[in-house]
Design a protein around this ligand. Structure first.
Ligand code: UGA
Length: 443
């Protein structure tokens, strides 16, 4: 079985590389010539644990191929995965122009039956639009060819994407015939050996499943962030509450960490896109709107704590803050919608400077903000502390969880931590002479 993947972003590249790793012949197609050239040289555009090896080895073994030619891609694989971006429109809805452009190419170049699979996160009804686009191009060409459209949403997590693909907790297939479902079952067989992880349903339900999964996870986080705001005001500690409620298996321990807000390329975009879909069909998505609004507020919490400590934002002019963690979460260099950006931008607006350290996202930060006087990227987490008026933590990288507090206190002008990820025990730090602010830690 041969597979073509359109789009070498994070989803497309991981999908392509992992299918090749399973032994399939895979061609990854992208319109970005430079990116394809670099991939051929083994230069991976994103930091994702394990991806580097899988791409390089499979390219060397000639199972993984790269191309900028849509025609070549359509001719190559019986399975044609669409894994291009769906950036948010001005109104928050997902922009389908790239998805439909690929559908058009498939219609234009196909010479035999093709199975077209939506892998990108796309609104309910997109499979119908893809089908309509391919049909109209085929009609223009006056050729009589058959094709199928299947929905197969992606549930990879950045930072563990390769492992998630190789050992998925579920493979959701939206298919309109048992025969199509069977083709997908066969395709995924190498990843579905010990337990049956394949869940087959109708196409629209599969499309909605993807959004519902992300919206549910975002709901858990915004809920806990709301509880953290209550805890702070009520003299309780959200970390105790988390452990207390997580012990109920119906609630569970995962995704109930309060913090400085969720970021990334998925939750913010997908919650908004689903809310937008709801509005367009005349349904007011009250909960979805609240999840998003709570998250936006939560991203300003750290700045609020900093301003309050210094008796108002007016007193931040000329101050220097050490910042640990720039990426939206650990094990990635992704800065999209990262809480660190909201914090830094607020500090800059107040006239403060930032000395930042992140194990992976410094290049990306440089790319986004360029050279500016009020941002210095430091080589180590210790260097970032030198002469700073306080430390702010935005990402829970492993290297931040057990630092040497005595050394830290010597580097900082005053021993104060604003911890957006609740990494430390407040009473222990207070006993060592620190002023410690966490999220929702009023006790
Ligand atoms: C998310 C989903 O977890 C994946 O299942 C999904 O496939 C993916 O989106 C996608 O749609 O492509 P990802 O964006 O990589 O994955 O990151 P997560 O690990 O889900 O974290 C998202 C954000 O939530 C991070 O900013 C993280 O810090 C925050 N978070 C997570 C919390 O604030 N509290 C928690 O308890 C958990």
């Amino acid at each position: 079985m041969k597979i073509t993947i359109f789009g070498t972003g994070y989803v497309g590249l991981v999908t392509g590389a992992c299918f090749a790793e399973a032994g399939y012949q895979v061609m990854c197609v992208d319109i970005d010539k430079e990116k394809i050239e670099r991939l051929k040289q083994g230069i991976i555009p994103i930091y994702e644990p394990g991806l580097d090896r899988v791409v390089k080895e499979n390219y060397a073994a000639q199972r993984l191929h790269f191309s900028t030619s849509a025609g070549e891609g359509v001719a190559f694989g019986e399975f044609q995965f669409i894994a291009v971006g769906t950036p948010p429109d001005e109104d928050g809805s997902a922009d389908l122009k790239y998805v439909l452009a690929v559908a058009e190419e498939i219609g234009r170049h196909m010479e035999q039956h093709r199975i077209v699979i939506d892998k990108s996160t796309v609104p309910v009804g997109t499979a119908d639009k893809v089908r309509a686009k391919i049909s109209s191009v085929l009609a223009e060409r006056k050729v009589d060819l058959t094709f199928d459209v299947i929905s197969n949403p992606e549930f990879l997590k950045e930072g563990s994407a390769v492992a998630d693909f190789m050992k998925p907790d579920r493979i959701v297939i939206g298919a309109d015939s048992p025969a199509n479902a069977e083709r997908m079952r066969e395709l995924y067989a190498p990843f579905n050996r010990n337990h049956d992880r394949l869940i087959v349903m109708d196409i629209r339900s599969a499309e909605l499943t993807k959004y519902a999964a992300n919206a549910m996870l975002a709901t858990k986080i915004s809920f806990m962030n709301e509880i953290s705001n209550l805890a702070e005001r009520l003299g309780a500690d959200v970390e105790n509450v988390r452990i207390g409620i997580g012990s109920d298996p119906r609630i569970g321990y995962q995704f109930i960490y309060a913090g400085c807000g969720y970021g990334g390329s998925c939750f913010p975009k997908d919650v908004q896109a689903l809310a937008r879909t709801a509005s367009t069909i005349g349904y007011e998505p009250r909960l979805l709107n609240a999840i998003e609004a709570i998250n936006q507020d939560q991203k300003t919490r750290l700045f609020e704590l900093v301003s309050r400590h210094f008796d108002g934002a007016g007193n931040l002019r000329g101050k220097v803050f050490a910042l640990w963690g720039l990426a939206f979460k650990p094990n990635t260099d992704d800065m999209r919608e990262a809480p660190s950006r909201v914090l830094m931008e607020a500090l800059w607006a107040a006239g403060a400077r930032v000395q930042a350290y992140d194990p992976e996202a410094m290049e990306e930060t440089q790319r986004i903000y360029g050279a500016r006087e009020d941002l210095v990227l430091m080589g180590t987490k210790e260097a970032a502390l030198k002469g700073a008026d306080g430390l702010v933590i935005c990402t829970e990288w492993k290297g931040f969880t057990a630092p040497d507090f005595a050394v830290m206190a010597q580097q900082l002008k005053q021993p104060v931590i604003f911890d957006g990820r609740n990494l430390y025990d407040p009473s222990r730090l207070q006993a060592k002479g620190w002023t410690y602010y966490g999220i929702g830690r009023g006790a």
